[in-house]
Design a protein around this ligand. Structure first.
Ligand SMILES: Nc1ncnc2c1ncn2[C@@H]1O[C@H](COP(=O)(O)OP(=O)(O)OP(=O)(O)O)[C@@H](O)[C@H]1O
Ligand SMILES: [Mg+2]
Length: 364
């Protein structure tokens, strides 16, 4: 297996036979590498933009691939996706592409870059005075230069990790996405299984509308006042340790399924048997400042039901305010007899982890 990343210290390299210091966004370099190495398959498991690159490279090389390049574009461009979901009658927030910012808008609204993920360029705009800065941030993040404005869907948020086989959609983990308070917007602090909300059907309709007939999908849904509405569908594994949560909750190897789909292997519908009553991924957040030392990971992992705890950062990293997903400091996974017990164990474990952060030369 060959892993590509522009960052020589990327943690994923540890799992690969070979590494290539190539950006996952460099389509020509990935195409050349795939040809030279005569690979059997190309997969972009956890990030959006390369999903479309993998689909195009696989097609150009005549390799099996679960996604057509057309479906891959619909899955990685929020603007094209909104159009397609509208044609298919899948419920979603109202949206429009912003022209010059002077048109009539209703507030609050959500402003976003159509072709980014991880909350880059994403802002909840509460009133007109906040619009200009939000549009600037979205335009800066946007690859196309376009900016999308959306109606705000209030209400609980749910994620559906699904897997499609020959056009039939199998919902796997359906989790509640608990998000951070303002000024952060849309940043997940926990994914909790099982969700009491039954939204698998709309996730299946959304995946079908985008032409995701094989392979994983990750659908974000908010329960509006009348009906569930689709915030976004990605044609990949969830990036919040979703495969590990799925393994803990249902004993299903989502990573393995995604690899089989990428290789064009026959995939059987996974059998879903709950392994535990509840499970959650809880993200860790550090105070602002420079990370000096990390303590308590072993203690956290010793808490009953805690499968693992990890930090994303090494000493020397400078934490800013929590604004987007990559500002988070780490995560842990906990299971229990119920979702409440999993959450309580996760909270207990998180309280044992200390990010010693220094600012102005003072350790705290
Ligand atoms: N129109 C909306 N109404 C309500 N909440 C929204 C809306 N758009 C985005 N959000 C919130 O922001 C989060 C991220 O939104 P979105 O998926 O559009 O951005 P992203 O940059 O792709 O983020 P992610 O990588 O988490 O998917 C959503 O999960 C939701 O909490
Ligand atoms: Mg998204």
């Amino acid at each position: 297996m060959i892993a590509v990343d522009r960052d020589p210290s990327a943690p994923g390299f540890a799992y690969a036979d070979r590494r290539a210091i190539v950006s996952t966004e460099d389509e020509r370099a990935i195409d050349r590498l795939a040809r030279a190495e005569r690979v059997d398959a190309v997969i972009a498991p956890g990030i959006d933009f390369p999903v479309a690159i993998a689909a195009r490279v696989a097609q150009a090389l005549g390799l099996p691939h679960p996604l057509s390049p057309t479906a891959a574009v619909l899955a990685t461009n929020k603007q094209r996706q909104r159009e397609r979901l509208a044609e298919a009658g899948v419920p979603q927030p109202r949206s429009r592409v912003l022209d010059d910012g002077s048109e009539a808008l209703e507030f609050p609204c959500v402003v976003k870059a159509p072709d980014r993920q991880g909350q880059r360029g994403l802002t909840l705009v509460r009133e007109r005075s906040e619009l200009a800065a939000a549009v600037r941030a979205a335009r800066e993040a946007s690859r196309s230069g376009h900016v999308l404005v959306e109606e705000v869907v209030e209400g609980p948020e749910i994620t559906v990790n699904g897997f499609s086989i020959g056009g039939s959609f199998h919902p796997l983990t359906v989790t509640d996405r608990l998000t951070a308070d303002p000024p952060a917007f849309g940043v997940a602090l926990a994914h909790v299984w099982p969700s009491p909300h039954d939204v698998a059907e709309v996730a299946g309709r959304a995946a079908e509308a985008l032409g995701i007939v094989d392979g994983p999908s990750y659908t974000q849904i908010r329960l509006g006042s009348h009906e569930p509405r689709v915030i976004e569908v990605a044609a990949r594994l969830g990036g919040g340790h979703d495969a590990e949560l799925c393994q803990a909750a249902l004993g299903v190897d989502l990573n393995g399924l995604a690899l089989s789909a990428a290789l064009g292997d026959a995939v059987e519908a996974p059998k879903l048997v709950a392994r535990v009553g509840g499970a959650c991924v809880r993200f860790l957040v550090a105070r602002e400042g420079t990370l000096d030392a990390l303590r308590g990971i072993e203690e956290a992992e010793a808490v009953e039901g805690v499968r693992w705890a990890r930090t994303y950062r090494r000493p020397g990293h400078v934490f800013g305010p929590l604004r987007i997903g990559s500002d988070r400091a780490g995560a842990l996974l906990a299971v229990g007899a119920s979702r409440e017990e999993a959450l309580a164990r996760a909270a207990d474990a998180a309280s044992r982890i200390r990010f010693d952060v220094v600012d102005a030369g003072v350790a705290v």
